[in-house]
Design a protein around this ligand. Structure first.
Ligand code: AHR
Length: 500
């Protein structure tokens, strides 16, 4: 078949900013994400840590310029009572994690631990409030506790617990998956519940307050009715964003192995991952009917590949390996988000450490960076850059047993200094494809490029081979008359930085 196409990038038609928050992460109390992941305890003498949080994880996430971190769930959030996680640790009650393995937690990682970690990381916290099994008062108090700078009961309590200044938490989720683990509500019922909660979610309106962003629990994948009902029934001035969750899962009963998958499973995973584009288009079209000014954003606050757990690990812990397939999901999905920057203002990969499509895996003292981590790193130049419209003149296909998918995906942006960043993904399992990038409206100076790929789709980084898959300098391109011609090997991510 055809293996060459042109990507037209319109550098003169820049319109929307790609919010860096599209590159957000998610840390639920689930498996070994917080406990025995991020948090190894202040008493730990073998793993270097800052207030109990691993220094190697802090450094790795800082290198990603992690823009935000969502916590404490997920499903866990609607069981969490934040007051149990403040004050002297020895006095804190336990909590049984009913969704994830039934483990008993000692609440030693709580609000102070999380928000102080966010400060160390230089990242925006995103707190997911308990709507399913909590109270309006609890949420109202949590906001006062974290954000009130003056004299108030919760500010006083915060100070007694050692924190003088408020943290000014901006992002607040009003429940999680209200249609499922968050309470199995109908859209109509949740809309009422949302309005009640939002009424008491006070933005303390202090001088240094950033104002809070209220995020409604949104649709699962293609539940368009959910989006329509929320847009109809929520007072539009009471909501800032609708969430959307979409996982790359082919069969919820048997999700297939994370490593030993065959090409059919690969193809099907990519089909579900690429559906993100249509989902965003369709949810956006509904939102446009009620909010043509696009005041309300779409936050894809859970996404990623979800497979069967690694053999021998706790089924409730969702620990899976991360292969080149995951790099393909990440590269293609982030291109989709970039291209929808006008409406998609935040996204959170599920999840940060040791859970689902993690960027970091740990085992005892060891830590490895996954292929997904490296894709996130390669895409950092897109953070807060200006989206440049780009499109392929002809669509090349990846064919497998009579079925086909678009082989290539791309997005382009321009940073303040004029550098144009183009991220390209070739998901084809066997074909090399050539892309002639035609850059209109700018000059083409020096080009730097990086490549992420491996011998096998199933390759991954492991504790005994942590650098099997790392980005390398990429040179398989030519520049002539302003056109950059790039040869994309099978299952590869290439990011080019073109100086003006
Ligand atoms: O990310 C794992 C789980 O997936 C989350 O807790 C939940 O929100 C979703 O169903």
């Amino acid at each position: 078949g055809q293996s060459r196409t042109t990507l037209v990038v319109d550098a003169g038609a820049a319109e929307h900013q790609i919010s860096r928050h599209i590159y957000g992460h998610f840390a639920e109390h689930l498996g070994r994400n917080i406990y025995d992941g991020f948090f190894v305890g202040e008493e730990n003498r073998t793993i270097p840590n800052t207030a109990g949080v691993r220094n190697d994880i802090i450094e790795a996430l800082k290198a990603l310029s992690i823009p935000n971190l969502r916590w404490p769930g997920g499903c866990f959030a609607d069981t969490y009572h934040w007051m149990d996680g403040i004050g002297p640790k020895e006095d804190r009650p336990t909590i049984v994690n009913q969704w994830w393995g039934g483990v008993t937690e000692d609440n030693s990682f709580g609000t102070h631990d999380f928000l102080n970690l966010c400060e160390v990381l230089g990242t925006e916290p995103y707190l997911s409030a308990n709507v399913g099994s909590g109270t309006v008062q609890e949420v109202a108090d949590w906001i006062q506790y974290t954000n009130h700078g003056g004299e108030s009961p919760m500010a006083k309590l915060r100070r007694e617990n050692g924190r003088e200044e408020p943290w000014n938490v901006k992002y607040w989720g009003v429940g999680n998956e209200a249609w499922g683990c968050g309470g199995n509500m109908t859209a109509e019922f949740y809309a009422d519940v949302y309005r009640r909660y939002a009424t008491f979610m006070q933005d303390w309106n202090q001088e240094d307050s950033v104002g809070i962003v209220k995020i409604a629990s949104g649709a699962s994948s293609n539940d368009y009715n959910w989006t329509r009902v929320l847009m109809q029934d929520l007072k539009l001035n009471m909501v800032d964003a609708l969430a959307l969750h979409h996982y790359s899962v082919t069969d919820w009963e048997d999700k297939g192995p994370s490593v030993e998958f065959d090409e059919n499973q690969y193809f099907e995973t990519m089909e579900v991952a690429l559906a993100m584009d249509t989902l965003i288009e369709n949810h956006t079209a509904i939102m446009d009917e009620y909010d043509p000014e696009k005041r309300i954003a779409l936050y894809v606050d859970e996404w990623g590949g979800w497979y069967n757990v690694e053999p021998g690990t706790n089924p409730g812990f969702l620990y899976q390996q991360n292969t080149i397939r995951d790099a393909m999901i990440a590269g293609a999905t982030l291109n989709i988000f970039n291209n929808h920057a006008e409406r998609v203002k935040m996204a959170n990969l599920a999840q940060a450490v040791n859970v689902l499509q993690a960027v970091i895996l740990t085992e005892g003292e060891q830590m490895i960076l996954t292929p997904t981590y490296h894709v996130m790193k390669m895409y950092v130049p897109h953070h807060d850059a200006t989206l440049l419209p780009s499109s392929f003149e002809t669509e090349l296909t990846y064919s497998y047993e009579g079925k086909s998918l678009p082989a290539l995906s791309a997005s382009a942006s321009r940073s303040d200094d004029g550098t144009v960043t183009i991220s390209l993904v070739n998901i084809d399992a066997s074909e090399t494809h050539t892309v002639d990038i035609q850059l209109n409206g700018t000059t083409t100076g020096a080009v730097n490029a990086q490549l992420l790929t491996s011998d096998q789709l199933q390759d991954y980084n492991d504790f005994d081979a942590p650098d099997r898959i790392v980005p390398v300098a990429f040179t398989d391109f030519t520049v002539a008359n302003g056109t950059v011609s790039v040869k994309l090997p099978p299952y590869s991510v290439v990011v080019l930085e073109v100086q003006p």
